[in-house]
Ligand binder design. Structure first.
Ligand SMILES: Cc1cc2nc3c(=O)[nH]c(=O)nc-3n(C[C@H](O)[C@H](O)[C@H](O)COP(=O)(O)OP(=O)(O)OC[C@H]3O[C@@H](n4cnc5c(N)ncnc54)[C@H](O)[C@@H]3O)c2cc1C
Length: 498
């Protein structure tokens, strides 16, 4: 199917973003308002500054250590030495890979940032599992599994992220119907605060396993993981337009009654004059012919063309309408069959905005399927009242999370992944914080929750209400890491206060 077989607009929901990949140094202040105050003070600070994908978290660190070797004795020795050093110097240590979390979750202030960038994947087709070094990115996993006819079970909609990171945020994706990614991890090896390496799973060191899944690096450094894999397959899409408020329930119903659906997502129209009124459900099923699957493709020409249409939405309702028309009318004509691996193999960079005065910020909300219409109403009342530019919403189904302590889907949930383009100014940040807290309040009122890896705008009280086991989570952390070696902004801003 070639290029047209790929997703239009990174349809899986990649909410993808023009985020500051690899940009450590802060961009110049915006011409549209006063600079976000942190920028100047940090730019003047001595020492190394590390940022995350939000570009709003410049953080002074003591040092960054990059390791790209396989998990061997030298690797383990190096990681342990960093841990011992952190304890002796009383500085924090935090592991990360792509630093695409957006609230300093990967950043240890005045501490050691361990950046893992590995590439080891060892598959065992007999048990349908594979072992992977913690800092291996999904693009490497897809490449290796594709060669032997397999595919990841659950991953995010982009391939740049690290596998241990995915476990540490307990990410979800658009393969369906699936629980969050932690459910596909059988076991892992983790260096815990006392420097020993422990195997953690549903039967060994269970509490470490449950806390580290969605535990944002606070319980140890994951060294390697063992995950489930499924057969790769050729899939074809089906498009169903419908009112926006119906998308969540229609998605849940489609997955209940259509067991062959392998991937699924919904979309909502973000044009301001008909905000969330129209929607579209897209489901992917296996084709009759499953022979001779082509190798997993990378980002296609059509994805790059989509970028321009996507970015033209900024501050333009006409642009938003064009995008919606292209996706709902042109998309079904152009987008054909594709393999599961090709659909998953999309880098974040495809939709880069190339605009130093703005940053792309993600948010995600999870609500019970039958409360989705109320969620749509809440969004209609809250988001257009802000100054934020919402460029994309992708709707997904997340099945029950039976393992993690900080579960955002204690029962099946409809996830709405939103991509905003935010002005990098004080007013942009203040307005986003105001809008986010209002929306979280509305979501909590209908039994929902919000996703933790993004900007830290929720209040501590909102976090506690969204994650009822937050206090238990903090208590376990204090018990196993008395010296507070594994620390990041996320801990300092929230759990340190519980
Ligand atoms: C464009 C974009 C699209 C996204 N799409 C999705 C999506 O589809 N679904 C979804 O659920 N989320 C999504 N996210 C959120 C994303 O899943 C998280 O931000 C994820 O952490 C990114 O991986 P990373 O390698 O950048 O993580 P990092 O930011 O590098 O790390 C994330 C966390 O994991 C910890 N960690 C990393 N490695 C280790 C290790 N070896 N041991 C212990 N702790 C470790 C870090 O300390 C940090 O707390 C998206 C984010 C962006 C920016």
């Amino acid at each position: 199917m070639g290029n047209f077989g790929r997703r239009l607009f990174l349809a899986g929901g990649s909410a993808a973003a023009g985020i500051g990949i690899g940009r450590w140094v802060l961009p110049a202040s915006s011409s549209k308002g006063p600079a976000y105050p942190k920028f100047d003070s940090f730019a003047a600070a001595k020492g190394k500054i590390l940022n995350d994908a939000s570009q709003l978290e410049p953080t002074q660190i003591e040092k960054q250590v990059l390791i790209n070797s396989d998990v061997d004795t030298v690797f383990i020795h190096r990681v342990r030495a960093l841990l011992i050093e952190a304890r002796e110097k009383k500085i924090p240590l935090m592991a990360s890979t792509a630093r695409h979390t957006m609230g300093g979750h990967s950043l240890p202030e005045n501490g050691t940032a361990l950046s893992l960038s590995q590439g080891s994947v060892k598959a065992d087709p007999a048990s349908k599992t594979y072992r992977v070094a913690a800092g291996t990115r999904w693009q490497t996993v897809i490449k290796e599994l594709d060669r032997i006819g397999f595919s990841p079970v659950v991953m995010q909609s982009n391939n740049d992220f690290g596998v241990a990171s995915t476990f540490s945020v307990n990410a979800h994706g658009w393969p369906a119907p699936c629980s969050p990614a932690g459910s596909t991890v059988r076991s892992l090896k983790m260096m815990i605060p006392d420097g020993t390496i422990q195997t953690c799973s549903r039967t060994q060191n269970v509490e470490f396993f449950r806390h580290a899944m969605g535990g944002y690096g606070l319980f140890g450094i994951i060294l390697e993981l063992e995950l489930d894999m499924v057969a790769n397959s050729r899939l074809e899409p089906k498009y169903e337009p419908m009112p926006g408020k119906d998308v969540g329930q229609a998605l849940a119903e489609a997955l209940k009654s259509g067991p062959t659906i392998q991937m699924a997502y919904g979309r909502l129209d973000v044009s301001l004059d008909r905000f969330f009124q129209q929607g579209m459900l897209i489901t992917y099923r296996p084709t009759a012919d499953q022979n001779n699957l082509p190798p997993a493709a990378g980002s296609s020409l059509i994805s790059h063309v989509s970028r321009q249409i996507f970015r033209n939405q900024l501050e333009s309702d006409f642009g938003k309408r064009v995008r919606w028309w292209t996706e709902t009318s042109l998309g079904p004509e152009l987008v054909g069959e594709s393999t599961r691996n090709s659909l998953l193999n999309e880098p974040v960079i495809t939709l880069d905005d190339n605009d130093p005065s703005r940053t792309d910020i993600l948010q995600e909300y999870f609500v019970p399927p039958d409360r989705f219409p109320e969620f749509v109403t809440a969004c209609q009342e809250v988001i257009p009242a802000s100054y934020q530019q919402l460029l994309n919403v992708t709707v997904r189904y997340v099945d029950t999370d039976k393992d993690s302590v900080l579960a955002y889907a204690p029962e099946p949930r409809i996830a709405s992944v939103m991509l905003f383009s935010q002005e990098m100014t004080e007013r942009g940040e203040a307005d986003m914080a105001w809008m986010t807290r209002r929306l979280i309040e509305r979501v909590l009122a209908i039994g929902g929750s919000y996703y933790l890896p993004y900007r830290p705008h929720a209040s501590v009280d909102q976090l506690k209400r969204a994650y009822p086991k937050a206090v238990e989570f903090a208590a376990f952390k204090r018990q196993i890491d008395k010296d507070m070696i594994f620390r990041n902004h996320f801990w300092d801003r929230y759990f340190a206060k519980l």
